[in-house]
Write a protein that binds this ligand. Structure first.
Ligand code: RUQ
Ligand code: CUA
Ligand code: CA
Length: 611
């Protein structure tokens, strides 16, 4: 790197520090404690590598949220190779998400998403391999992804909530998904109290993980940002950065401390079972009032505009990142019970507030008692030891590593489970700046892989990704069992199965049935043939195409694209999907296969004749 570049990258680092309005006091604290314990990452020991040779498989699945594009991404770690995009809240013609009848029934007309936090279902503190759950901040929804087929199978709208952001699942068993609304709004938001922000409330919502129905909601003071659950099923929690309940940025950062807001699940369920809580039209899940002093919600004061909250793999500590404070707060999970019982003050749950650096956001764990906290403003990851921080030992800071640049989330292999294995960390950096070939004014993000297995951090790999993944999980591949060919009886095809049975047919039949102005074209695909080569309809007919891929060959997908009709979807081996549309133009319209399935793939086509 030439001198110019060095100067430039230094400027680039300091740029955000200046513009993002860190308090002068925080900066002063930082510079006083100074360049201090910053250790150069010059380990001589060999660190586990990111290289996975051609033909070899990675040890981990990576589950990435996608941010603005509204999907889930599946990567392989440590190679960082992208394996799959799972559409959730977005529109995707690869497999027809938002186009097929099945996906339209799930999406209910929305096509925009903003996914931030993906967490998997658990059993006894580790992943059970069944489901992933992800938030949509844009419309306040939660999607469930089946891990056996890696497809979305349900979306629930969170009632009365805007800005559904933090999300976490129960860690003791397949039970609930908790999510936080970041924006307070009038309750219900039907035009009342628009000009009266004092009346706005934010909610913490519990969704049943099996039925995807909302079980209950709790009104809180302030707002809620990130979410976490303990390992025993006693608590869910959320960080609050707007205890001031301001509607303007400057109001939201006036207090020195905001909260970690902790929910007592037993007490809340008890109240719900006793029929407590209020209800409005939109939902029959009760809303419990957790504002002020109450048995349901504990407000632990933490500095200042906290962001991430992460639970250590031993289940003992919640680590809250300060964001506008250069500290993290170490909170004892055990003491929370005493605070709920009124035996100690909420603040006495805090065991330590170690100083880490500027802009702490999220924390990952190696299972050896160490934390890896991202420092957004410093563009660094800070490795530190929890026990030493609690004891007040001076050497709690182990290492700081430059990342490139402005890291948000961080995750370590199996970090959010009791089996955190301390092999890899990914730092999800929001800015890539000079790290990749320039691609115009919108840059890729840079997800950097860091090896930690030798007790030090070593940067292994720069991973450019389309903006903007917020969060990622690194999951041992042995926990994920996928199917290779669809079971023709899968519940995904319930709608089509009923439709075909009502016509006296079964999947794979090749037949056109007319009922008044409705035409049903039931057909199979076996490379390189569609079961129907001509579909005759009349102008104005409502046409439903049901396609079943009867090929039992692994990896052999067919598509169905109808020319000039805005219709395109795919069917994997054994899969059935359908689309419904109205024939609004006379003429000949070729439908063709969109997946290269055979040497005669281009010849795999047929005609829709609109008379
Ligand atoms: S947020 S960069 Cu949407 Cu998880 Cu912290
Ligand atoms: Cu079937 Cu290409
Ligand atoms: Ca605040």
């Amino acid at each position: 790197m030439n001198k110019n570049n060095l100067v430039m990258s230094k400027d680039r680092r300091s740029f955000l520090r200046k513009t993002l309005g860190v308090s002068v006091a925080a900066a002063a604290v930082y510079f006083a404690s100074g360049a201090m314990n910053v250790v150069k990452a010059a380990s001589k020991k060999k660190v586990v590598s990111h290289v996975v040779n051609p033909g070899e498989l990675d040890k981990y699945y990576g589950f990435w949220s996608s941010g603005q594009s509204g999907e889930v991404r599946v990567l392989a770690v440590p190679s960082m190779r992208e394996l799959k995009l799972i559409p959730c809240f977005n529109y995707d013609c690869t497999n027809g998400w938002g186009i097929t009848n099945y996906s339209k029934q799930i999406l209910k007309g929305y096509t925009v998403g903003d996914t931030h936090h993906l967490h998997l279902s658990y059993n006894n503190g580790t992943y059970d391999g069944k489901f992933g759950f992800i938030n949509d901040k844009s419309t306040g929804r939660v999607a469930r992804v089946r891990l056996d087929v890696m497809e979305t199978d349900a979306i629930t709208k969170v009632p009365y909530a805007q800005g559904t952001h933090g999300l976490f699942t129960s860690r003791h068993k397949l039970d609930a998904v908790f999510c936080n609304s970041e924006f307070a709004i009038p309750l219900p938001n039907d035009g009342r109290d628009i000009e009266n922000p004092d009346k706005y409330v934010a909610l913490h919502t519990c969704i049943d993980a099996k039925t995807m129905k909302v079980r209950w909601q709790v009104m809180i003071d302030g707002n809620l940002d990130l979410c976490a659950t303990d390992y025993q099923g006693k608590y869910s929690m959320g960080t609050c950065y707007n205890s001031e309940e301001g509607v303007l940025l400057e109001d939201m950062m006036s207090a020195d401390r905001d909260h970690l807001t902790v929910f007592n699940l037993e007490k809340i369920e008890e109240a719900v079972n006793q029929g407590k809580g209020i209800k409005f039209k939109e939902s029959d899940a009760p809303i419990i009032d957790g504002r002020g002093k109450n048995p349901y919600v504990l407000y632990i004061p933490v500095p200042k505009n906290p962001h991430g909250v992460n639970i250590s793999p031993d289940g003992k500590y919640a680590i809250c990142s300060g964001k506008l404070s250069p500290t993290a707060s170490v909170i004892s999970i055990e003491k929370i019970a005493d605070a709920f019982a009124g035996k100690i003050a909420p603040k006495d749950c805090i065991l330590a507030e170690p100083e880490l650096g500027l802009g702490p956001l999220h924390t990952a764990f190696d299972g050896r008692g160490n934390c890896y906290t991202t420092l957004f403003l410093d563009s660094m990851v800070c490795m530190w030891n929890i026990d030493k921080a609690i004891k007040g030992d001076k050497d709690y800071l182990i290492q700081k590593l430059d990342v490139h640049y402005q890291p948000g989330h961080i995750n370590a292999s199996m970090s959010e489970t009791k089996d955190a294995d301390g092999n890899y960390v990914v730092s999800l950096n929001k800015f890539s700046k000079d790290r990749f070939l320039p691609v115009g004014p919108s840059y890729p993000d840079n997800d950097q892989l860091i090896g930690i297995s030798e007790g030090r951090m070593k940067l292994l790999h720069d991973g450019p990704v389309a903006p903007e993944p917020h969060d990622a999980l690194i999951v041992n591949r042995s926990l994920i069992k996928t199917v290779k060919i669809w079971n023709i009886n899968d519940r995904k095809f319930a709608y089509e199965r009923k439709l075909v049975q009502d016509l006296g047919l079964e999947f794979g039949a090749n037949k056109i049935v007319r009922k008044d102005d409705k035409v049903f074209a039931i057909m199979s695909s076996i490379a390189p043939n569609y079961g129907l080569k001509v579909i005759d309809v009349n102008l104005g007919d409502e046409v439903t195409i049901v396609q079943t891929n009867l090929d039992k060959v692994e990896d052999l997908t067919h598509g169905f694209c109808l020319s000039e009709h805005n219709l395109n979807f795919g069917v994997s081996p054994g899969e059935t999907a359908s689309v419904t549309f109205r024939a609004t133009r006379r003429g000949v319209f070729w439908y063709y296969c969109t997946w290269f399935c055979h040497a005669l793939h281009l010849e795999m086509r047929g005609r829709l004749l609109v008379h």
